[in-house]
Write a protein that binds this ligand. Structure first.
Ligand code: ADP
Ligand code: MG
Length: 327
């Protein structure tokens, strides 16, 4: 649905996007995560045809978004990260105003607008003044507005920012519904755990580059690979230590009481250079299995063979820190 290659955008001499790559399949609920200033809004505005890129390609459902901004705008519903001021406009009037931009008027417009307001739980706010709505309601109204032309792709820039937990929960439920209705959705946030539980895939952007992307599981697996294997041995450790030291697969070995901490050669290579490679993960699993077999065949008695698992927050910190360390 969305294919971005080597996208660059500078503001003056500042490189906001620095060769960004991104690929999103139809039907995905894609979480676009990165710290403030990473380039999320810039990317989303370029996809939506609202901002000019300097170089690179952006394809949206087969349409060149940099050339054919009119056609791409038909396909996309864009929700900006700010909400304007609408003096003396009621919620339904606000909706009908945006419908009229797409040539939808009269009864049909009213029916559609009420339906969309229902969809975002604002069915009872038709006559409420926009400026009097709570922040959460405004965000949802803004979302409803981005749906008037029935776009296939939704681009939502931090829709949950500034909302209290209850309003955030409600927003997430609505995004899930839209996803189940078949919309492809790109939703940004500077908070990873917020997106992880609801998104099918995630991309992490930092300094205008995509650091890693894929399913939450594959990203977690890539990070967990960097943690050592923890092997718990029953009885004497000597044989196990000797076998591990002899093994060409082992990069690092340390021990504490009955536990051995083992890093494999293959997983010490950065998990994120060029993104997560599924083949690498499979190869590492093969190696783990081979190591376990060798230990057992060598007569070592093992009571557990595990790997410490990171949580999402630590993943995000680890990934963004790695980037900073490289500079
Ligand atoms: N119009 C602009 N002029 C100059 N710099 C800008 C402009 N818009 C954004 N930037 C800078 O580009 C970088 C990326 O911004 P943005 O895409 O808004 O990031 P994000 O949405 O991830 O917070 C930031 O450092 C920001 O200060
Ligand atoms: Mg932004």
């Amino acid at each position: 649905m969305v294919q971005i290659d080597r996208l660059c955008k500078s503001y003056g001499s500042f490189h906001a996007l620095d060769g960004l790559n991104l690929s999103i399949e139809k039907g995905e609920l894609f979480g676009f995560v990165g710290p403030n200033g990473a380039g999320k809004t810039t990317t989303m505005r370029i996809i939506s045809g609202l901002l000019r890129a300097d170089s690179g390609t952006v394809m949206v459902d087969g349409v060149d978004a940099r050339r054919d901004t009119r056609r791409v705008k038909e396909k996309i519903g864009y929700m900006p990260d700010f909400f304007g001021v609408y003096d003396n406009l009621k919620a339904l009037e606000y909706m009908e105003f945006f419908a009229s931009i797409y040539g939808i008027e009269g009864r049909e417009a009213r029916r559609l607008c009420l339906e969309l307001m229902d969809l975002v739980n604002l069915g009872d706010k038709a006559d409420a003044y926009v400026d009097g709505l709570s922040r959460g309601m405004k965000q949802r109204l803004c979302l409803a507005r981005s749906l008037v032309h029935n776009p296939e792709l939704l681009i939502l820039d931090e829709p949950a920012s500034g909302l209290d937990p209850r309003a955030r929960f409600e927003m997430k439920g609505i995004l899930r519904n839209l996803s189940e209705m078949g919309k492809t959705i790109i939703v940004s946030s500077h908070i990873l755990p917020e997106l992880a539980e609801m998104c099918t895939t995630i991309g992490i952007i930092e300094h205008g580059k995509m650091v890693v992307s894929g399913t939450v599981d594959s990203i977690m697996a890539g990070v967990n690979r960097q943690n050592p294997l923890i092997i718990r041995v029953v009885g004497e450790l000597d044989t196990a230590v000797r076998l591990l030291k002899e093994s060409p697969l082992v990069a690092n070995l340390s021990m504490a009481e009955q536990e051995l901490y083992v890093s494999l050669q293959s997983s010490t290579a950065s998990a994120f250079s060029g993104g997560i490679q599924t083949e690498n993960l499979l190869q590492e699993e093969e190696e783990e299995a081979a190591l376990l077999t060798a230990l057992i065949q060598g007569g070592v008695r093992i009571s557990s063979y595990t790997r410490e698992k990171g949580n999402l927050e630590s993943v995000f910190m680890q990934i963004t820190e790695e980037q900073e360390a490289e500079e």
